[in-house]
Design a protein around this ligand. Structure first.
Ligand SMILES: *[C@@H]1O[C@H](CO)[C@@H](O)[C@H](O)[C@H]1NC(C)=O
Length: 158
């Protein structure tokens, strides 16, 4: 609940583009470090992909840009097994070509769950992490769907 309030505060205070430094992050939100990245997974608030992207930016980060199987494997134990989380991946620019809004480049690593991406109804252009079987994998979803989300921060930011 406290985490939710803090996040809401950030969200509503419209802080100008001063990225939070590592120390500020440590003081304000619970984050985890894996390698050179810090992550913040929001388990309380759900919001659509665009809103999630904005909140990560307000916190000085970006929606998560998974770059390897190792990164996914190390991050997965920190996620709530029954929740789904937005990633930065989307094919809004070129249908069928998934890029990361964080890097601006095509995704280096995609790991789809069985039968995905299926672009159900022709409207699924944003990528979630969900635990459809025994591990977290990717699925394409309509970007307006409200989900939890994961932000990433470079260790040297701020
Ligand atoms: C995708 O994830 C599954 C489950 O963790 C794993 O077994 C598989 O090797 C992964 N595939 C790729 C291409 O990384």
């Amino acid at each position: 609940m406290l985490k939710y309030l803090i996040l809401l505060l950030f969200w509503m205070s419209d802080i100008e583009a001063s990225p939070l430094g590592r120390q500020e992050l440590a003081n304000n939100i619970r984050y985890i470090q894996i390698g050179s990245k810090f992550y913040y997974n929001e388990d309380a608030l759900r919001i659509n992909w665009f809103g999630a992207s904005n909140i990560c930016r307000q916190l000085g980060g970006f929606l998560v840009n998974l770059e390897s199987e190792e990164e996914l494997k190390l991050l997965s134990p920190h996620l709530h097994p029954s929740l789904s989380y937005w990633t930065s991946f989307n094919d809004l620019a070129v249908p069928g070509i998934f890029a990361s809004s964080t890097s601006g480049r095509n995704a280096r690593y995609l790991n789809w769950s069985a039968g995905q991406p299926d672009n159900t109804g022709g409207v699924e252009h944003c990528v979630e992490l969900w635990r459809s079987s025994t591990s977290f994998q990717m699925n394409d979803v309509q970007c307006e769907t409200i989900l939890h989300f994961i932000c990433e921060f470079e260790a040297d930011s701020g």
